[in-house]
Design a protein around this ligand. Sequence first.
Ligand code: PHE
Length: 454
Amino acid sequence: MYICVNPVFMKRDEFSGFFGVLVATVGSAVGLGNLWRFPYLVGQNGGAAFILVYLAFVIVICLPIMVAEFVIGRSTKANTVNAFKKLAPGSLWRGIGIMGVIASFCILAFYTVVGGWTVDYLVRSVIHLFSKPDISNLEAQFSQMVTSPLRPIIWTIVFIALSGFIVMSGVKKGIEKYSRVMMPFLFVMIIILAIRSITLPGAEAGISFLLKPDFSKITTETLLDALGQAFFSLSLGMGCMITYGSYIPDKENLTRLSFTTALSDTFFAFLAGLAIMPAVFAFGVSPQEGPGLVFIVLPRIFAQIPLGNVFAIFFFLILFIAAITSVISLMEVITAYLTEQKRIKRTWAVGIISVVVAVCACLSSLSQGLLKDVKIFGKTFFDFFDYLSANILLPIGGLLIVLFVGWRLKRSQVYEQFTNSGSLKGTFFRAFYFLIRYVAPVAIVILFLNVILK
Ligand code: PHE
């Protein structure tokens, strides 16, 4: 029998239905961005005021961009570079796809390091299930772990290998299969944790911090932070949703999918805030702690509540699941590119990506300790990858994507995908098209100029 192995003739993998797509897209969106980045940005930027700005950006700018990315992906059924090549042959627009592949590497370079920390804390909390943890010097414990040369690197490599394994197994048999199990579990656990936290004595201060806005804390810098965070949290501006979009079956409703994904992600971020902030206030810790917030503050809280050791395992398991389902989506962007454009076999492609990411992640990890004085544009490797991706590459990518869909594609092409060739009503199409053409690009440009010209 003749077995066709040429990828051109092979049927492309696909998610299996609405729920299958949803667990994957929500898996990508819900991540360390919600649990680790969002709470400390909220803490540093005036609580509820930041949340309101964030919500406005999600609805007005990010939701339309997500639909736009799905439109690009599903109409071409291709990886991000090829998607732009197919829609605008011979033009420079394919640069957006290439930028997306680069952005994926940049995010993976620091994200997997934090993923490694979560594995470290998870393993530790399992080992200490029956003992009383030492909380006299949590700050020192955290900094000792992240600055040590070998330990975080080993866990980061373990984390990368696990993610690589899932991606290697395929879109339906890997990404979707594992997300189907992990995502519902994740939501149940965060709800339990949030309930535990808001019932702590003294939790009111934290809840009111999340609900009462202090607008005096809002500056243009804050606005860019909120926009960057919205892009980051919804996995937008770098081809991730284009790639996942290319695996969405033709009959699925893209608006409904985008709406549900954005809603779930925002709901999860809010639950994470509810799980973290009341506990932070109840134990008198400053909400402005920064990136170490979840690693330093939470273990102290777990040590002081009944069944704390079990909640600690819960929490680090949540962090781990959230992180890994996002990392696989980032890896898939590059994997789809290498297998389809460069004709590299999936297994090899994932192997190559894992090695390159591991090398970059080592630099990020070491930049917390040994290499902390090596700076690029005044930032350590770790901060450089974070800032470059969230505050620069994603918003620029997002801007180019809306310009492409709003001004380069024909209205009818977009309408066709939006309504599944006319079989859906397309009630929101006019609003969507207006936001994509005018509101989103203008808002992104104004925000950028404000920060650059300052
Ligand atoms: N959305 C993920 C998070 O919130 C991060 C991510 C960004 C994943 C971009 C994929 C692409 O943690």
